[in-house]
Design a protein. Structure first.
Length: 318
């Protein structure tokens, strides 16, 4: 085994993290996955000496790694980092727990939502609580754990002044089957505020409620990019086959930016249907953007799953 292939001792990883004269090597990121207690203690001792920007960069890089590799888990680090004195670090630590379904996080997020002094961090907690509403609806956690989350967010959304926290609460409540949720989404749309409109569309997608189909379709060509993206995302979540031609037309516009294209590709992969595979394969053949190539590869893989699900549903009907 060469030296390059040997695992770097964790003490050395932390030493390199502290050395801001050089970039931190991405090859060390996996050392923060599934950390044992001794390694976590080493990091805790050095954590105060690490600069804020270095901490944020580390947490952001780990989030990207977790999105690319489902076997990576940084829950121990993220839970510890939520206690950092810098709000940007606390907020990013909450984001890093996006895939953690441990209900023991519920009281932690609820406490942050109520007591953190910084709005950005409280908003991150409101957003993070959404997955526990979904888990409750799916009966993957007991309702006695998810119902208090719904109750708290319903309380929070009524607070004044309205801001990012209330918008994130609405997005999380999109998963809930409570009778009041459609009215809250409708009221958000009526505010005639771009940020509330985007959050309402986000909640529509999470609701999986086809009462919103017409509204979502109307917003797919909205001139505000943030609203347009949320409408496209919602179309994918709602599996709106009526959106496909609109999305194809957007792909014909050669001026689409990479973020917009990402959401179009992903929505099409979730909707499926006639011409979708051919169009995604055409996009893959024609693009020279490596990022979009990766996105299209993932979209085509997801389309396989979508088509398999459709075949299974058809078989089940027969």
């Amino acid at each position: 085994m060469t030296d390059e292939n040997k695992e770097t001792p964790f003490e050395q990883v932390v030493t390199e993290l502290l050395d801001e004269s050089r970039p931190f090597s991405p090859s060390h990121l996996r050392a923060f996955s599934d950390m044992d207690i001794p390694s976590l203690e080493i990091l805790k001792q050095s954590w105060p000496a690490i600069s804020v920007n270095r901490k944020i960069a580390l947490l952001e890089d780990l989030e990207e790694l977790m999105e690319a590799d489902t076997l990576v888990s940084c829950d121990a680090l993220a839970t510890f980092a939520m206690e950092d004195g810098e709000p940007r670090v606390r907020s990013q630590a909450i984001h890093l727990l996006w895939d953690c379904e441990d209900p023991r996080l519920i009281p932690i997020f609820m406490d942050i939502l109520e007591n953190d002094p910084v709005e950005m961090v409280r908003a991150a907690a409101a957003s993070a609580l959404g997955k526990f509403i979904l888990l409750g609806e799916l009966e993957e956690i007991p309702r006695e754990k998810s119902d208090p989350v719904v109750a708290k967010l319903l309380e929070v959304i009524q607070r004044k002044p309205e801001g990012e926290i209330q918008r994130k609460a609405l997005e999380s409540l999109g998963y809930s089957c409570e009778d009041v949720i459609p009215q809250l989404i409708t009221e958000a749309m009526q505010k005639d505020d771009p940020q509330w409109t985007a959050s309402a569309l986000f909640a529509m997608g999470r609701s999986l409620d086809n009462r919103w189909d017409k509204i979502v379709l109307e917003y797919i060509n909205h001139p505000d990019l943030s609203i347009q993206i949320e409408a496209i995302r919602a179309a994918g979540e709602l599996e709106l086959s009526a959106a496909n031609e609109l999305l194809f037309d957007l792909l014909d516009d050669e001026n689409g930016d990479s973020e917009l294209l990402y959401h179009i590709y992903w929505a099409l992969s979730k909707i499926g249907g006639k011409g979708v595979r051919e169009r995604l394969e055409q996009e893959l053949e024609e693009t020279v953007d490596e990022y979009l190539m990766d996105v299209l590869d993932m979209a085509l893989e997801n389309l396989d799953f979508t088509e398999d699900s459709e075949d299974f549903d058809l078989f089940d009907i027969e």
